[in-house]
Design a protein around this ligand. Structure first.
Ligand code: HSE
Length: 299
């Protein structure tokens, strides 16, 4: 059997919702999974990832193991548009693809929420994986070993734009600069801002999004990892996008406005080093999905 899977890019945290909130966007990776007699092989990804530790394959295997099925031989081909180590959920996209493909090919009949629970330990937080699998705007929590995820509405009036520089920020590095503990004041700050943020995103209330998207748990510590963060923020503001935040653990920054500001933003970012690319994005509401399915006789 051969299946083609499409998985959206995701932006995690959304300001104060550290390790919890996430949104799926219409920038996609496409994966093709083909059963074969034995062994695993890959195409379209760097040589160093062409082995059994490939996280797309690991997710495939995790789902197979959870269903008590044999993995068998498999070829995975990758066609990736989501840039790596830029805070747009490229790892979660690989995991979601492996999970959804195994579910289909091996007839596992897991729901997406079950797939999320099977694979969430691979990243340790479900803020990217939940929207990658389910689409839309999600909040996730880990409670007594189980992942709970809910979907929120998000206003169609909001225009999102990803600002992607040419340098990577590894999640491990971006987590290593965070404190181990926080004050009560910081915890209250983020809890209250997250609660208001959800309503502001639902209603498309830009004046409310500006304060609601600030946080004290991760962004203040990570800004210095993103070269020209302040200048990019200023360029977004000048272009008419007053809402600005770090996408996931960076390096991508995301801005929100009430109209498409991408053209102006490109102009205003042109002078900065690091070749900042501007991608106007819409919310993806489907999440990981099978886009082609072909039964194939294997000798
Ligand atoms: N919530 C994660 C972080 C997202 O900010 O570290 C990146 O995996």
């Amino acid at each position: 059997m051969k299946v083609k899977v499409r998985v959206p890019a995701t932006s995690a945290n959304i300001g104060p919702g550290f390790d919890s909130l996430g949104i799926a966007f219409n920038l996609y990776n496409i994966f093709e999974f083909t059963e074969k007699e034995n062994g695993i092989s890959f195409s379209g990804c760097a040589k160093k990832y062409q082995n059994e530790h490939n996280i797309c394959y690991e997710a495939y295997k995790r789902v197979a193991d959870a269903a008590g099925k044999n993995v068998g031989g498999l070829h995975i081909s990758f066609s990736c548009n989501v840039p790596v180590a830029r805070g747009l959920g490229s790892s979660a996209a690989l995991i979601a693809a492996g999970a959804v493909a195994a579910n289909e090919i091996l007839d596992c009949h897991f729901s997406k929420l079950q797939l999320l629970n099977i694979c969430a330990p691979m990243e340790g937080h479900a803020d990217n994986l939940a929207p990658a699998l389910l689409g839309g705007f999600t909040a996730s929590m880990l409670h007594e070993g189980k992942v709970y995820t809910v979907k929120y509405r998000i206003s169609e009036r909001l225009h999102f734009c990803a600002l992607i520089p040419d340098f990577e920020v590894k999640t491990a590095t971006a987590r290593s600069v965070l404190p181990q503990t926080y004050s009560r004041a910081d915890a209250v700050y983020n809890l209250s801002h997250s609660a208001i943020l959800i309503k502001a995103l639902e209603t498309g209330n830009i004046p409310l999004l500006i304060p609601a998207l600030t946080d004290r748990l991760h962004q203040p510590y990570r800004e210095s990892l993103i070269q020209d963060y302040d200048k990019a923020k200023e360029a977004a503001k000048l272009s008419g996008a007053p809402v600005f935040f770090i996408s996931g653990s960076g390096s991508t920054c995301m801005c929100i406005s009430d109209k498409d500001v991408s053209k102006l933003l490109r102009e205003n970012l042109k002078e900065l080093p690091n070749n900042w690319q501007v991608y106007p994005l819409s919310v993806d509401f489907r999440g990981a999905s099978i886009i082609k399915h072909r039964k194939k006789f294997i000798k």
